[in-house]
Design a protein around this ligand. Structure first.
Ligand SMILES: O=C(O)C1=C[C@@H](OP(=O)(O)O)[C@@H](O)[C@H](O)C1
Ligand SMILES: C=C(OP(=O)(O)O)C(=O)O
Length: 427
């Protein structure tokens, strides 16, 4: 598609769609709890719809109307053997977290996904689950899909994670909730804690002590209401756009501000962005607030260490932001980018280079030189939603036309992205 380019400014308010990580988990907890769960502001992106479709195949009644979902859970024991393969589409969160649930169920199940999922590593979850006693098979020693599980009794265990991953932590917590005894996960760095918060919201207990997270098996979870805040990973595209497009002022309403997710705010502040954060005081489990960004004079920064898991999905758009700053930006300790929907070090660097950005790939990140003019050309999302949105924001600051291939991938996390972008374009 031809992207909108060379616009005079971005002005107005946007309510970004519901948080993807929280939306997935609301379906999963609703399905394994007893009683009714209501979810408001649910993200109807392709990934979360894949999660709904998998749980329907497990016999769970899920009613989806507009952005509200009602789930009728009958507890873990109420999940039924699926008669068909469970297809997770493009969603790493769906497949990895579901493995933690299915490992302890007394039936056979098979998980597959699209071409991208077929290349993403699974032993990060299947290996520790085998330590719980789970029976899991897959290509290359359970590294790749199709993955098949013969669920059964699990034994609680202590597991020190070799990587920073909320998906791995969450899968093991789901296994721990149905294992005998205590399960303790030791994180390498703090990752998003939506699973821990949701265990509590559903009436369960989880103990967090620094980087150690423990749960007891056999807890009964009870259905509840989940209010999903807007997704800061989606807001990130408009935060960047507001900062780099001249003559802009954008307010993003009801954005999730869980501190395990707000690395983008820290980076914008470090780069000198004109950003205001107005948190709500509504006592919700997941904090939220309004963010207002204005055109800013940015400077380069270094992004590494414990900051990385707090902004891992925002790195593609941060690379574009850095290309408009004064000086150099260095992103390191981000090897995990190589195993996302695409190898995001390579796709970000290759696509931005096509548009004239001075950017170099490193083993664990990238180095970006600032103040590049964005030239026209033909680019592709390579089927990766976050790359597609980043390139659409690159186009708005280009004087020349940019064509985006595989734009449809954007509906994975932000189905109305182009509508929202259009609504902000100043007359
Ligand atoms: O737990 C989650 O909801 C997610 C965790 C992150 O993945 P990793 O756990 O692989 O870092 C993130 O990249 C993904 O978009 C969503
Ligand atoms: C990495 C992502 O998602 P997932 O791992 O769920 O496919 C993402 O949304 O950027």
């Amino acid at each position: 598609m031809k992207l909108v380019h060379d616009i005079p400014g971005l002005k107005g308010n946007v309510q970004v769609p519901g948080d993807k990580s929280i939306s997935h988990r609301s379906i999963m907890f609703g399905a394994i709890a007893t009683g009714e769960t209501k979810v408001t502001n649910f993200l109807q992106g392709d990934d979360c719809l894949s999660t709904i479709s998998c749980f329907r195949k497990l016999g769970v009644q899920i009613d989806l109307q507009e952005d509200q979902v009602v789930i009728k859970g009958s507890g873990l024991a109420g999940l039924k053997e699926p008669e068909d393969i469970l297809h997770v589409g493009n969603s790493g969160t769906t497949i990895r977290l579901m493995m933690g649930i299915l490992a302890g169920r007394d039936f056979h199940s098979v998980l597959i996904g699209d071409e991208s999922i077929a290349k993403r590593p699974m032993t990060r979850v299947t290996k520790p689950l085998q330590q719980f006693g789970a029976s899991i098979q897959g290509r290359k020693n359970a590294e790749f899909t199709p993955i098949s599980l013969n669920g059964g009794p699990l034994q609680g265990t202590t597991y020190e994670m070799p990587i920073a991953s909320a998906q791995v932590k969450s899968a093991l917590l789901f296994a721990g909730l149905q294992a005998e005894g205590t399960t303790t996960i030791i994180e390498q760095a703090r990752t998003r804690d939506h699973t821990e918060k949701m265990i509590k919201a559903f009436g369960g207990k989880v103990e967090v002590d620094g980087l150690k997270v423990s749960v007891q098996g056999g807890q009964e979870l009870k259905g509840t209401t989940v209010h999903v805040p807007g997704d800061i990973s989606s807001a990130a595209f408009f935060l960047a756009a507001g900062a780099i497009v001249p003559n802009s002022k954008i307010t993003l309403k009801n954005v999730g501000l869980n501190p395990t997710r707000t690395g983008m705010i820290d980076v914008l502040s470090a780069m000198g962005a004109n950003l205001q954060v107005a948190p709500y005081e509504n006592g919700q489990a997941e904090p939220a607030g309004d963010l207002t960004i204005q055109t800013s004079a940015l400077k380069g920064t270094v992004i590494d260490g414990e900051l990385i898991p707090r902004l891992i999905d925002e790195i593609p758009i941060i690379a574009l932001l850095a290309s408009q700053a004064e000086g150099q930006t260095i992103i390191k300790d981000a090897e995990e980018l190589k195993v996302k929907e695409t190898n995001r070090i390579d796709t970000v660097v290759n696509e931005l280079r096509k548009l004239g950005v001075k950017i170099t790939a490193t083993d664990d990140g990238m180095v970006i030189d600032g103040k590049s003019a964005i030239s026209g050309g033909k680019v592709s999302s390579h089927g990766d939603h976050r790359i597609g949105m980043m390139l659409a924001i690159a186009a708005v600051i280009s004087k020349e036309e940019i064509q985006l291939e595989e734009a449809e991938a954007i509906s994975v996390s932000y189905p109305n992205f182009f509508e929202h972008l259009q609504s902000l374009i100043a007359e």
